[in-house]
Design a protein around this ligand. Structure first.
Ligand SMILES: [Zn+2]
Length: 216
């Protein structure tokens, strides 16, 4: 108990803006934040063009690019609304090992936003690969996902859209959609494969290493 209080006090000193930050955040909330466990609310279509919703959509893009992540959902920036974004750039593919690109079926996904998305499974076969999440920063685990899915919903201007995603892109879409239902990959991962991504560096630095919760 004492140890917990000590740790909490230590964290409090690190966050002078405590209590004064309002979502949508420029950072990503972490596992334990109750908003990651809520079923998010649908966005009323007539409100999509309002400043409030457009601000959330723009902030999502800022955070995706700040973290260089493959996807991001509104709950991860503190907003329980059914909005997510996904992106896989040509540069990311170029800087990933060709063996991984091939085995994981990675293809370019231009920046895409879905509002009130629904999922239809196109190919029921499941594929397991290591997957991470900006809300479980520093860790990864093997997670089974459907091979191909179709996502239908509205775009950032409220336009209806529907798109099929295969392999790695299908994984991103399923991961982000799960966030809108309060689910995390840790719920469905192969538990024995959960891995701290920097476990070797922990040894090399004799434990003097911290997981950064921002990319900078
Ligand atoms: Zn995630």
């Amino acid at each position: 108990m004492t140890v917990t209080r000590k740790v909490l006090n230590w964290y409090a000193r690190l966050s002078p803006s405590r209590g004064r930050v309002t979502p949508p955040y420029s950072h990503v909330v972490q596992i334990g934040d109750p908003r990651l466990r809520k079923v998010s609310e649908p966005v009323p279509p007539e409100s999509i063009k309002t400043e409030q919703i457009q601000t959330i959509i723009k902030k999502l893009e800022v955070v995706v690019n700040r973290y260089g992540s493959l996807g991001m959902s509104a709950p991860q920036i503190g907003v329980n609304m059914r909005i997510f974004a996904m992106q896989l750039t040509a540069l990311e593919i170029k800087t990933t090992s060709p063996v991984i690109v091939k085995s994981h079926g990675m293809t370019v996904v231009p920046y895409t936003v879905f509002i009130n998305p629904s999922l239809k499974i196109v190919d029921y076969r499941k594929v397991s690969h290591a997957e991470g999440c900006e809300s479980v920063r520093g860790f990864s685990a093997e997670v089974p996902r459907y091979k191909e899915v179709e996502i239908s919903g509205l775009g950032p201007e409220g336009e209806p859209k529907s798109e099929k995603f295969k392999d790695w892109a299908a994984r991103i879409a399923q991961h982000e959609l799960d966030h809108l239902d309060g689910k995390l990959y840790t719920d469905i991962m192969d538990r024995k494969t959960l891995c701290c991504n920097c476990w070797e560096e922990v040894n090399l630095s004799q434990g003097k290493l911290a997981i950064p919760f921002t990319p900078e």
